[in-house]
Write a protein that binds this ligand. Structure first.
Ligand code: C5P
Length: 301
């Protein structure tokens, strides 16, 4: 008798409460002080034994994600299998709820989710540090998708130090039409900063203190994203979304990561609901989502 076991892993989205970007490195990446906060919007990845590696997906905009081996989730399965001498014969099904190409690490979440799901399905016995190494090989944001919570990412964002968070923060996310390519936004950052002295990226002490104390007003005052001018340059319409959220009573507004999703910090859950309703009514975005933070990292359900 054979039994087919499926493993499902839930993985959160992220917002960067501070994204300090240094000058381009010789390898093309940028050194960062990247303060990640996991938020309660989730993708789910289900791994089921199969004859060959196969990916399917359901949810909003899944026609915009590749379903072949270029999908980071497929690469996660292949890397883990290769390290353990296993054939990556698995069906990965992705239930997408994180905006696609939105600057909320949805692709990274799927990679971390696929890795944990396959690791559990295949009982590889991989250590946490081996899984984190594979995550870093897959992409700069993937290690954070595995660990969740809040963390400072140094290097290109993959070298993580967990951060304490003293309360729940309430967010509204405005989803824009279409995505933005992360390399294109970094390229625009390089163009906009050419000829200027780009400082070494550092995490702001006031921001870390605001996270630790759980003080939303203090966090709002410290939010910062060095990629925001580049995202706005490539997508000028985002300015109107940021303004609409601020006019609706958000404590602060910023572009999430490389965008084009915009993030609004609210005083409490009630204020978040109000900001969400007014943002949607403003007609400056396609969809709004409300979510709390921090959220747990990749979790087997
Ligand atoms: O690491 P990941 O594959 O997610 O990076 C995607 C692209 O984003 C890179 O190819 C690079 O253009 C840009 N990037 C960067 N510096 C970082 C992270 C990403 O320039 N720290």
């Amino acid at each position: 008798m054979t039994t087919t076991t499926s493993i499902t892993v839930r993985v959160p989205a992220k917002v960067n409460v501070q994204l300090a970007v240094g000058a381009a490195r010789p390898d093309g990446f940028h050194d960062l002080a990247n303060v990640f906060l996991a938020v309660g919007l989730y993708d789910e990845v289900t791994a089921t034994p199969a004859d060959t590696l196969r990916i399917t997906a359901e949810g909003h905009d899944v026609d915009r994600i590749p379903l072949d081996r270029t999908n980071l989730a497929a690469r996660a399965a292949e890397l883990l299998a290769a390290r353990h001498g296993i054939e990556p014969n698995v069906h990965l099904h992705i239930r997408k709820d994180i905006p696609v190409a939105g600057g909320m690490a949805g692709g990274s979440a799927d990679a971390a989710g696929a890795l944990l799901a396959c690791d559990t399905l295949w009982s590889t016995g991989a250590s946490r540090s081996e899984l984190l190494d594979i995550c870093a090989e897959l992409g700069s944001d993937v290690p954070f998708s595995l660990v969740g919570g809040a963390a400072l990412g140094r290097g290109r964002g993959e070298l993580l130090t967990p951060l304490p968070v003293g309360g729940t923060f309430h967010w509204v996310f405005a989803v824009a039409d279409g995505g933005l390519s992360t390399p294109a936004v970094y390229g625009e950052f390089d163009r906009l900063t050419a000829g200027t002295d780009v400082p070494e990226p550092e995490a702001a002490p006031a921001l870390l203190a605001a996270l630790e104390s759980g003080d939303a007003t203090a966090l709002a005052a410290a939010l910062a994203n060095d990629l925001q001018p580049a995202a706005l340059s490539l997508r000028p319409s985002l300015s109107a979304t940021l303004e609409a959220g601020t006019a609706a009573g958000a404590l602060a507004a910023l572009v999430s990561g490389s965008g084009p999703t915009t993030a609004f910090l609210a005083k409490d859950a009630e204020a978040a609901g109000q900001v969400a309703r007014e943002l949607l009514a403003s007609g400056t975005c396609r969809q709004v989502r409300v979510a709390g933070s921090p959220a747990a990292g990749a979790t087997v359900l």
